[in-house]
Design a protein around this ligand. Structure first.
Ligand SMILES: [Zn+2]
Ligand SMILES: [Zn+2]
Length: 128
């Protein structure tokens, strides 16, 4: 596979720059399939502006909302009766008969009192 110098117009400053054969080889070795869109000067100044962090990897992808991934919709709440104080409450998950359900007051209380083990999700509470 042979590389040839290639002239590309910089997307930032509009000037032609050369994507050299050596650079193309380097890109190919790194597995980059995209050609550079900016000349070396603009790339350098952009990097400087971003504080050196060249990659824009956001680390996203995991959405805690579940479902569609958009958290714009209001979360569905289910009516339940608190297993601790018997008060009617609403919980953000479907109450199941085999799991205790707590109102927000009791839940906060339990979270505070159980110092070591806090599952956060309400699982594992049957072990007592
Ligand atoms: Zn440029
Ligand atoms: Zn309660």
């Amino acid at each position: 596979m042979s590389f040839q110098d290639k002239t590309i117009v910089c997307a930032d400053c509009g000037q032609d720059f050369v994507f050299t054969a050596g650079e193309q080889e380097y890109y190919a070795q790194k597995g980059f399939t995209n050609e550079p869109k900016r000349c070396a000067d603009c790339r350098r100044s952009r990097k400087a502006q971003q504080g050196g962090g060249g990659s824009s990897y956001s680390g996203g992808g995991y959405s805690s909302g579940g479902g569609g991934g958009y958290d714009r919709a209001p979360r569905q709440m289910f009516a339940a009766v608190c297993s601790n104080c018997g008060k009617e409450t609403q919980v953000p998950f479907q109450p199941r008969g085999d799991k205790p359900v707590y109102c927000s007051d009791c839940f906060a209380e339990r979270r505070q009192s159980s110092s070591g083990y806090s599952s956060g999700g309400g699982y594992g509470d049957n072990r007592y």
